[in-house]
Design a protein around this ligand. Structure first.
Ligand SMILES: [Zn+2]
Length: 689
């Protein structure tokens, strides 16, 4: 017999996290006075774990570069941070900033033993002055990174030595001269220390820590004023005024510095309580989008800010740093647009710039990437090898820094709410085991193949029935969402966050259905990009992988390969799309997501090719079949696809069937397509029926 459930329709509600002002989470500590209370509370590392395809993704990372490079890359093998006599600056801390969360999210004994081999010498390095790390390093810059490593290590292990060394170091900063010059990395990135500083204050309540952060903020680069004026806009880009140097002005146009700095006014907002700093964050993000925005949530920089052309590159370091900035900013502001962008980066830009087995990465990725090679390019400051998928293309920073992307993303998928509940921040297969209500531990298992499908199923497990809220972030693109729980059906229209405050018993479920209709986004020269959920879809191009060997100072390495990829099918297509009926003539096929029993490696989900040099895949998790037409005027320029010609464009020949796959699966790709004149397109579509 069919049961009828009550259906509740909610339109344009603002179920923001806004619980009553005085509600305080008794299980996880938000900012104590005098800091502003944040919208949410990040959960300690290890509280959220990956499952499903995301677990497989982290396992791929562990069998790929992250789990192996410190065995063969001399900068890490002999690192002074682990007691050797080699590299003593940033390489070790950057690597650990990803290795530590990866090891504890996977609970992997081998990785954890690696972590210990690094952390023990660091913990032993603390001196009477409070300074720590390799004796030969005198620069504060890498310590801002190692501080974050120790913070995560403490959360995962409870090892009090980490708190001690951090407290001593912040005391050292408090008692010594500021020394944050804006012509040096340590000054430009000084407020990175505030991430750990506020965390340490939440742990210890020591008021002088806030004095330390205040001194750093006042004596380092003024990023707030930068976002307010934003000198490096499209006009500066067009006039070639963006400074391509490594001095104080060039460092403000440096893409990684920008991706890190966007959180600095937000961090300081916690202490200053001045809306000016909050506004600077949101203004800055908007300025990035308008002047340098590219598909996949990012802004360009190869390696200085490079404008909106889909052939300009974006450095991998800036992708993972922007992700981390957004994770921090979401905790502070709880603004869903931040998490929307975080999903775009995680589900497009991050996978698109590594190989699926995570043994090779690019320095610079392109939205329209039709040749991966060492041919001469029109990058702002990078070398010609920057878009090779390899071990260490162009420069080694990304090789050291890329590891934080996936694990920190997983760790921040759920956060605690101020009213003793849990917030689902970004969607994907995961498990959270956390305290809710008056301290009851619950587990929520999120089963989904999101972002490839729109169905999400949450199962709550708890020894006792417990009342607590679950905040569901509703993505900005999801204009209608159906939620089923406890025999109720709720239909949401244009909602931000939906709070379910219920008495939950063991086995209760929440089912969420997101609309996965295709959407279009206007891009460069009136071209368009196609999205479904948080995923961009790119033209699948036949390709040939060539194993090239780049000389890295003659050190040997296992497993890793440098790939040149050349196209073996045309790429210069315009897309036939009916903007008033996007699905017209288009088919979407969802493929199984978990599918590789054949190797010790995981699913390698972000792949779309079979055969060739890698037997990576059967097919991409989603394949879209559409029609395109050749645009003869669209050719190569400087060994990249030229910018898309101004749409509407004139096509040639007959429409042909083309396949689109997720951006992250396409190592050659067109993501910004020219389109035809509406009348012409109508004619073509009618006759092609
Ligand atoms: Zn880099």
């Amino acid at each position: 017999m069919k049961r009828s459930f009550p259906i509740i329709v909610i339109i344009a509600s603002l179920f923001f996290s806004g619980c009553a002002k005085n509600e305080v989470n008794i299980n996880y500590r938000n900012n104590p006075e005098p800091l502003l209370r944040n919208a949410y509370i990040k959960l300690p590392l290890g509280t959220v774990k990956p499952s499903g395809w995301l677990k497989s993704q982290l396992e791929d990372q562990s069998t790929g570069l992250t789990g192996n490079i410190d065995d063969f890359w001399p900068d890490l093998v002999n690192s002074s941070w682990r007691g050797g006599n080699g590299e003593a600056w940033e390489r070790g801390p950057y690597f650990l900033d990803g290795l530590v969360p990866l090891a504890y999210l996977l609970n992997d004994d081998h990785l954890i033993s690696k972590v210990k081999s690094w952390i023990d010498p660091i913990l032993a390095s603390s001196s009477d002055t409070g300074w720590y790390g390799p004796a030969k390093n005198k620069d504060r810059c890498p310590l801002a990174v190692s501080n974050k490593v120790l913070m995560q290590y403490y959360e995962a292990t409870g090892d009090k030595r980490a708190i001690d060394i951090l407290t001593k170091y912040f005391r050292y900063l408090h008692d010594s001269q500021p020394d944050w010059p804006d012509k040096e990395w340590r000054g430009v990135r000084a407020m990175e220390n505030a991430v750990t500083g506020y965390w340490l204050y939440r742990q210890t309540g020591e008021a002088w820590i806030l004095e330390t952060i205040s001194s750093i903020e006042k004596n380092s680069s003024d990023w707030t004023a930068y976002y307010e004026t934003f000198p490096w806009d499209s006009a500066a880009s067009a006039d070639k005024k963006i400074p391509l140097n490594w001095g104080p002005d060039g460092l403000t146009a440096h893409v990684v510095n920008n991706a890190m700095a966007i959180k600095y006014p937000g961090l300081w907002y916690q202490q200053s309580k001045d809306e000016r700093f909050k506004n600077a964050v949101f203004t800055g993000i908007q300025k990035y989008s308008v002047n340098h925005g590219q598909p996949g949530g990012r802004f360009s920089g190869d390696e200085h800010l490079s404008g909106k052309s889909p052939s300009q590159g974006t450095e991998l370091c800036s992708v993972v740093e922007y992700m981390f900035s957004l994770e921090e900013l979401y905790e502070i502001f709880g603004d869903n647009a931040l998490a929307d962008r975080l999903e775009l980066l995680a589900y497009n830009s991050l996978p698109g710039t590594t190989t699926p087995d995570m043994w090779a990465h690019q320095y610079d990725q392109q939205a329209n990437q039709v040749l991966v090679s060492g041919a001469k390019r029109d990058w702002s400051t990078n070398g010609d090898y920057s878009n090779i998928y390899g071990l260490m293309p162009n420069f080694a920073c990304c090789l050291a820094n890329m590891h934080q992307g996936w694990p920190k993303f997983v760790a921040s998928m759920w956060m605690a709410t101020n009213d003793n509940g849990l917030a689902l921040v970004t969607y994907g297969p995961s498990v959270v085991k956390a305290k809710v209500g008056d301290g009851q531990e619950v587990t929520i298992t999120e089963e989904t193949n999101y972002p490839f499908t729109g169905s999400v199923n949450l199962t709550i497990n708890s020894d006792k029935t417990v009342r607590f809220p679950v905040d569901l972030r509703i993505p900005g693109w999801a204009d209608s969402v159906t939620i089923k729980f406890k025999n109720k059906i709720v239909k949401l229209k244009n909602t931000l966050t939906y709070k379910l405050k219920e008495r939950w018993k063991n086995g209760d479920q929440i089912q969420i259905e997101f609309p996965m209709q295709l959407r279009i986004e206007k891009s460069y020269n009136n071209s368009i990009s196609l999205l479904r959920g948080p995923v961009y879809y790119s033209l699948r191009i036949d390709k040939e992988y060539k194993n090239i060997k780049i000389n890295y100072d003659n050190f040997s390495y296992k497993g890793s390969v440098d790939w040149e990829i050349t196209p073996k099918s045309p790429w210069n297509y315009g897309l036939l799309i009916d903007k008033s009926n996007i699905m017209r003539g288009i088919k979407v096929k969802e493929n199984p997501v978990s599918r590789y029993p054949f190797s010790d490696k995981g699913d390698m989900i972000w792949s779309a090719d079979s055969g060739r040099y890698y037997t990576w895949s059967q097919d991409a998790p989603v394949v879209i079949t559409a029609r395109g037409m050749k645009i003869p005027e669209w050719t190569m320029k400087d060994n990249s696809a030229d910018v898309p010609p101004l749409s509407p464009v004139k096509p040639e020949g007959d429409p042909i069937v083309i396949n689109l796959v997720p951006y992250g699966c396409a190592r050659l790709r067109i993501t910004e397509f020219p389109v035809m004149d509406i009348v012409l397109m109508e004619d073509i579509m009618r006759s092609a029926k």
